[in-house]
Design a protein around this ligand. Structure first.
Ligand SMILES: CC(C)(COP(=O)(O)OP(=O)(O)OC[C@H]1O[C@@H](n2cnc3c(N)ncnc32)[C@H](O)[C@@H]1OP(=O)(O)O)[C@@H](O)C(=O)NCCC(=O)NCCS
Length: 297
């Protein structure tokens, strides 16, 4: 199939939104899941946000003057986040996804590694990333949801406070050596559009959690914390701040005690994801939760 790859423009937003909705709905339905993007309008909102606030590299594939696929790469210091990648369901399995990802990696990745998150129920993207693009799985992630019940006994914490723009560098100084990422643009975005909570012991930061309210749920993550106690406190605090909202988060399955605590707060598992990596990035020993936007999906 003949197609070309080019930079995404503002004019592509409606069509990219349509494909995000159709592509992700098709794969979720195929494997018996509810799609995370449940209308064309929601797809358009995501495409708009990706264009205006998301990854720095955005490419589309076009055939016969019609956009049939898109991908993004978010540069964060020495590592980048790949995704979302989507191809029009009518044009699947024609190497469009592969060429889009190759092109975006070629543009920006050579000197750095990258990571991406794929749903375990989705064999096409796993096969493509694993066999063809040489990403390897480094940890299992649990996609968690909380639908508003089970929050009655939660307590806010005196050790947790909300930061403002002037504190971003302090959070970056805590985050960078632990996550190995430069997430200053993301932190700025979360401070502007949501809340960034910090766990302090005296004047020392011992963890932070970004909370991003959206129309359907509040995204909890990224989180980095020294241990389970700090991570649980940050989550509890966030749940009390956004009372009666739905929540979504992604945490590492290996952090069993922390995940059990979240289960106690009312979180349930939506699906299992794999974190795939090209290059040297590996999960640290700290407790981490992963953002969904603007980080890779
Ligand atoms: C994942 C997606 C982007 C791939 O795009 P595409 O243009 O179809 O991909 P390609 O034709 O380049 O490659 C398809 C790959 O899927 C594999 N594949 C397709 N169906 C498969 C199946 N049922 N089981 C195993 N592998 C499968 C093909 O073998 C190929 O992998 P290979 O390179 O190892 O041979 C596309 O299917 C899509 O849009 N899915 C919905 C959105 C999504 O899941 N995005 C990924 C998460 S960000």
């Amino acid at each position: 199939m003949d197609f070309l790859i080019r930079e995404m423009t503002k004019e592509d937003i409606p069509r990219v939104g349509e494909i995000l909705y159709e592509g992700f709905s098709a794969v979720a339905t195929e494997y018996g899941y509810t799609s995370n993007i449940n209308s064309a309008e929601e797809g358009r909102r995501l495409a708009w946000a990706l264009f205006h606030h998301g990854p720095s590299e955005r490419l589309v594939a076009e055939a016969e003057n019609r956009v049939i696929g898109s991908t993004c790469l978010n540069l964060r210091g020495d590592f980048a986040g790949l995704g979302p990648t989507v191809v029009d369901p009518h044009s699947k399995n024609k190497t469009i996804g592969r060429e889009l990802i190759r092109a975006v990696l070629e543009k920006a990745e050579p000197s750095r590694g990258s990571r991406t998150i794929v749903e375990a129920f989705n064999p096409a993207i796993f096969s493509l990333c694993y066999f063809t693009l040489k990403y390897i799985p480094v940890t299992d992630l649990l996609d968690l949801y909380l639908y508003g019940e089970g929050q009655q006994a939660l307590k806010s914490s005196n050790s947790v406070s909300q930061i403002t723009t002037k504190d971003i560098d302090d959070v970056y100084t805590y985050d960078c050596p632990r996550s190995k990422l430069d997430r200053r643009p993301d932190l700025k975005f979360y401070v502007n559009w949501g809340k960034v909570l910090v766990y302090h012991d005296q004047s020392q930061i011992r963890g932070f959690l970004a909370c991003l309210p959206g129309p359907r749920w509040v995204q909890l993550g990224p989180l980095v914390a020294e241990g389970e106690e700090e991570a649980e406190c940050l989550f509890q605090h966030a749940l009390t701040l956004f009372k009666n909202r739905k929540f979504r988060s992604r945490v590492m399955a290996r952090d069993y005690t922390f995940v059990k605590a979240l289960k106690g707060f009312g979180f349930r598992i939506y699906c299992i994801n794999m974190l795939l990596v090209r290059g040297s990035w590996r999960p640290s020993q700290y407790i981490e939760a992963f953002g969904i936007f603007p980080e890779a999906v």
